[in-house]
Design a protein around this ligand. Structure first.
Ligand SMILES: [Fe+2]
Length: 238
């Protein structure tokens, strides 16, 4: 098995640690920068909120700021740290495989958190009104738009009290749009493309609604950015 030299690994780790400490840009700033480096050295920076944190209806500025700063930015920083640790670990041929596996689990968990949170914040900040073309497209797969929305909300309520994500996704293998129930950041149907993502972890709503997740789901739906959803739909063959 080929291994990285200790010098290479330390350089990778140092680069990762330095960039992991990068402070997020304020909400509303520019789009994220393109990633640089390879799988060990790539450093992710937080994507700024695409809306002002006080702009949403029924979701407080305090909640949105806490969610973005603590949960999302925390996941980005953790992913960068894990990458540096993986480089260090690869330089040690005696490291037990199960310890390396633990780091890979963390990488999977943090990667999923970063990606789903990017999608989640990216599909908020709208007026909650789906355009006619999108309604028609969802009707094609669910019978009616209301049937889609009813199931999307029901999946959300099914996760309330636990953790996870509700994801409207395009499944290219089954050639259908479907509402997926994701227990955590590591879940998702293989090969599917997320179209609309709703966070059902308690940190997404408890500050505003306590355990009343259904009220949070109402607020989420009222703030969906359907222009973003429509743009995502155009990337798939739904
Ligand atoms: Fe979250």
């Amino acid at each position: 098995m080929s291994t990285l030299s200790r010098r290479d690994a330390l350089q990778m780790a140092a680069a990762g640690a330095a960039l992991a400490a990068t402070v997020a840009s304020p909400a509303g700033a520019a789009a994220p920068s393109a990633p640089t480096g390879n799988s060990f050295t790539a450093v992710r920076e937080p994507t700024p909120l695409p809306f002002k944190p006080d702009a949403l209806k029924g979701l407080s500025e305090k909640l949105i700021k806490s969610h973005w700063e603590n949960n999302y930015v925390g996941a980005v920083k953790a992913l960068n740290v894990v990458r540096g640790k993986l480089a260090q670990a690869m330089a040690d041929p005696d490291l037990p495989a199960y310890l390396y596996g633990g780091l890979k689990r963390e990488q999977l968990m943090r990667s999923g958190s970063v990606v789903y949170h990017d999608l989640y914040f990216g599909n908020l900040g709208g007026n909650g009104q789906a355009d006619a073309a999108t309604r028609t497209q969802l009707s094609k797969h669910f019978g009616t738009f209301d049937a889609w929305e009813s199931e999307f909300r029901r999946v959300g309520n099914a996760l309330a009290g636990g953790t996870g994500w509700v994801v409207l996704a395009w499944n290219p293998a089954l050639k259908t749009l479907e509402n997926n129930w994701l227990l955590d950041h590591t879940n998702g149907v293989t090969g599917s493309t997320p179209i609309l993502v709703m966070d059902l972890y308690e940190h997404a709503f408890h500050m505003d609604y306590g355990s009343a997740a259904a009220k949070y789901i109402d607020a989420f739906m009222a703030n969906v950015n359907w222009e973003t959803v429509a743009a995502r739909l155009k990337t798939v063959a739904a």
